[in-house]
Write a protein that binds this ligand. Structure first.
Ligand code: ZN
Length: 326
């Protein structure tokens, strides 16, 4: 080190030491304490996928079955989840612009639940789209946290959209006879789903499709029953890339990837739900498909990796939309 250089370094050090912080508490701006808009975008081949955040809710630990309390606490601690007031669960929907259709998969809760939810419409607008532009809505199932959002205070929230539901799902939740025979605790579920689809049904814009029906080019319905009788995932494919929007295959990423046999109170058929989850996990892990989940941490997009025992969730890495293009 030359002497001149040493002297320069010494001068800089002295200058730095003599600088006193010029910012005082009075000039610090107020904290914003608002979250960024709840949408996240990625391309799937030529399709544009926008994850939309509806909000979050806390699920009581007692709603999860098929796992002991100590085992549950161990898994939650491993994922740094404080479950004192429940397990945080996101509610997501997905908007796919295929180039020929603007398709919404699930629609969130609208006004059916508390103030921490019901933000799909706001986030859809923030993402640069209008509800009138959506031409098709594919529901994974008719539970209110997926279907309520198609309805805005008795009117179609998406006035130009046709709603698609698997026949088995519609036949169950929209049946007055089955609703009447259902236990009292399940009655609100039937009522909310029937109210949600009513404006579309009146206008002949509720379509019940059969298993195996191709809905749109590059969009396939994949039957995934168990959580509900006609629960359906949607496989979007473009230029060799595939994304499975799987609805409610998972309600807690902290518990059900490690132990896929953990079930949720609201599963209509828990045995079938386990079988479906195991099948879907094995399939998406083997084929390395993109996955989008309604109750995975926002944006709910990522991959599933097989572990020695169970599976692991690998979330998408934040990136510009066309990161691979020059
Ligand atoms: Zn759900």
């Amino acid at each position: 080190m030359t002497q001149t250089f040493r002297r320069t370094l010494l001068a800089i050090a002295l200058a730095c030491a003599s600088v006193t912080p010029s910012v005082n508490a009075a000039s610090v701006p107020a904290q914003q304490q608002t979250q960024v808009p709840g949408y996240y975008r990625m391309m799937l081949g030529t399709m544009e996928v926008t994850a939309l955040y509806d909000g979050n809710t806390m699920l009581k630990t007692s709603l999860f079955h098929n796992i002991s309390e100590p085992d549950m606490q161990k898994l939650l601690a491993r994922m740094f989840v404080d479950s004192t007031s429940g397990i945080q669960t996101a509610v997501n929907a997905f908007l796919v612009n295929t180039g020929t259709h603007l398709i919404l998969v699930d629609a969130g809760t609208a006004q059916c639940f508390g103030p921490t939810l019901g933000k799909i419409l706001g986030n859809l607008r923030a993402a640069g789209y209008q509800p009138e532009q959506v031409d098709s809505i594919l529901l994974t199932h008719l539970h209110p946290d997926h279907a309520c959002g198609i309805n805005d205070q008795g009117k179609a929230a998406f006035p130009n959209a046709t709603v698609y539901v698997a026949k088995a799902e519609a036949d169950y939740w929209l049946s007055k006879e089955i609703a009447q025979k259902a236990p009292e605790a399940a009655q609100p579920m039937f009522k909310l789903s029937q109210e949600a689809v009513a404006p579309y049904e009146t206008q002949g814009r509720l379509k019940r499709y059969a298993p195996g029906d191709t809905l749109f080019p590059g969009v396939e319905a994949v039957s995934t029953p168990g959580h509900t009788p006609g629960h359906t995932a949607y496989l979007f494919s473009s230029e060799g890339q595939n994304l499975l929007l799987w609805g409610d295959i998972v309600h807690s990423h902290s518990l059900q990837f490690a132990q896929p046999k953990v079930t949720l109170e609201f599963d209509t058929d828990s045995k079938q739900a386990i079988a479906t989850r195991l099948k879907v996990f094995a399939d998406v892990a083997k084929k390395q498909l993109w996955v989008g989940g309604a109750h995975l941490p926002f944006p709910g997009l990522g991959h599933v990796r097989a572990e020695k025992s169970g599976y692991a969730w690998v979330p998408v890495e934040y990136a510009p939309v066309n990161s691979k293009k020059p």
